[in-house]
Design a protein around this ligand. Structure first.
Ligand SMILES: *Cc1c(COP(=O)(O)O)cnc(C)c1O
Length: 462
């Protein structure tokens, strides 16, 4: 069962938690209990990625979906990856890189969103209803969500992105998908405008219910759940390759979704020595783990745009555990944060460490890694590698950096770092010349809700 970090709802099932997204009291859903798997690690050592996913995820899903139903969903979700290992571990220098970018859109978000698409489809087959997914994106989430549900029966997806503010590749990825259930809305505004519009849509409870709206952003528990798996997978590969019984992770962080999944794995009993949070110049979270002060600032544009975030939506889940699972305390802190714009917390879970990389350091890390190891880091991964190289000295455990995107998604940064056009991938080459399809709308809720209602009506008529 799942409860809200703010304690304002009755516990819900896994299925309800997936459809609810954000808890109805404004909090985030967390499992009422975290299973302890420390006694099972030996039996899981040799499992393939989908087999391991079944073992880990089944612990959190209970009777809603049987293991026999979950297994084919996982097989299907990971069959779209270009390597059978799904998340291969490679060694460079004294660091390991866990490559999470072998899915259809070349970013780690595919790992959760390929699964979420199949999960939604499965839940809808049971109920016979239609779901309308609405999302706002600054780039990577939109394409991964679209690829997760393209062509699926009984699901429509509407993705809002800020016109002119996503990269040309990200735009092509979203807008060249031809299936009739995919709808791209180019909003004449900023990413903040699209997030505000999304909130307004979901706050209109009548509209939300009438059109059965669902969310795919990273607060959805199913996304965290799917991401827990690769922390275990990496640990088993490290144990195989080095014999070490401990592992540390360095995670390039934006919304705190990825690293929070690692924290869950740790609380389940995975022998994690350190979880190192890596920020770009938007380093509110790194500073929090370094000083205890959580102070919101303005968002800066960097070479790692998927981490250009100052309000990490999954942070509240960590606060919940930091407060000893006391929901009253979470409520108090969240209120204080919204009133004052900052909070201060002396405590920290000692498993966490943090560091940051600025734009210049990001580029020099890419260039140095390319020259030294002939390995191209994408700018997000480079932020983690820069931080990991500094922290390596402090820990004996093998250190795994999560590689969250393929460099071909960010050719401008690679060119700026190396002076060369060497970031290529056939998946990207294939879509660059395809015709793009989107609807340009003003940043006003009236236009957005009318457009969604119209599209749904047209689809029903067919
Ligand atoms: C989304 C994203 C991140 C940040 O992950 P969070 O879960 O938001 O912390 C890092 N790198 C890439 C490439 C991403 O797409």
């Amino acid at each position: 069962m799942y409860k809200s970090t703010r304690g304002g709802i009755r516990p819900v099932s896994f299925e309800q938690s997936v459809l609810m997204g954000l808890a109805d009291d404004g909090g985030l859903l967390v499992p009422v209990e975290i299973p302890d798997v420390s006694g099972r690690l030996d039996t899981w050592q040799k499992l393939s990625y989908p087999e391991l996913a079944l073992e880990v995820m089944n612990l959190f899903i209970d009777n809603d979906i049987s293991a026999a139903e979950l297994q084919p969903l996982l097989e299907k979700s990971y069959s779209s990856f270009e390597t059978s290992e799904i998340t291969p571990l490679v060694k460079t220098d004294s660091l390991y890189l866990l490559e999470l970018f072998h899915g259809p859109t070349l970013a780690f978000k595919d790992i959760a969103l390929q699964f979420l698409g199949n999960l939604f489809e499965h839940l809808l087959e049971k109920t016979g209803s239609t779901l309308n997914i609405v999302g706002a994106t600054s780039g990577d989430t939109g394409s991964a969500a679209i690829y997760g549900v393209r062509g699926k029966k009984n699901i429509n997806i509407f993705i809002m992105y800020p016109e002119g503010r996503v990269s040309p590749i990200q735009k092509q990825q979203m807008t060249t998908v031809n299936e009739s259930n995919v709808h791209n809305i180019a909003v004449e505004g900023t990413f903040d405008d699209t997030q505000r519009l999304l909130k307004e849509l979901f706050n209109d409870l009548q509209f939300k219910q009438q059109y059965n709206l669902a969310a795919v952003n990273s607060v959805n528990w199913a996304r965290v759940l799917a991401q827990i798996v690769y922390y275990f997978y990496a640990y088993f590969r490290i144990r195989e390759q080095t014999g070490s019984d401990k592992v540390s992770f360095c995670v390039p962080t934006g919304n705190f979704g990825n690293i929070f999944a690692g924290y869950m794995a740790y609380r389940m009993g995975l022998p994690v020595e350190k979880l190192i949070l890596a920020s770009n110049e938007n380093d509110i979270l790194a500073r929090f783990f370094q000083t205890g002060d959580y102070i919101k600032g303005d968002v800066r544009a960097t070479y790692s745009p998927s981490m250009d975030i100052q309000a990490a939506s999954n942070f509240e889940r960590y606060l919940y555990y930091l407060c000893g699972e006391k929901t009253d305390e979470v409520n108090r802190l969240m209120k204080e944060l919204s009133q004052k714009g900052y909070i201060r917390i002396e405590d920290k879970d000692p498993v966490f460490d943090a560091g940051q990389a600025n734009n210049e350091e990001t580029l020099s890390t890419i260039n140095d890694y390319y020259k030294s190891f002939n390995y191209l880091l994408d700018p997000h991964t480079a932020v983690a590698v820069k931080v990991a190289r500094e922290k390596k000295k402090e820990s004996d455990a093998p250190l795994v950096c999560l590689a969250t995107a393929h460099p071909a998604k960010f050719p401008e940064a690679i060119r700026a770092a190396t002076g060369k056009d060497i970031a290529r991938h056939p998946t990207i080459d294939k879509i660059m010349h395809l015709r793009s399809r989107c609807t340009l709308l003003p940043p006003d809720i009236i236009y957005i809700s009318d457009f969604i209602a119209d599209r749904i009506a047209t689809l029903k008529d067919r």
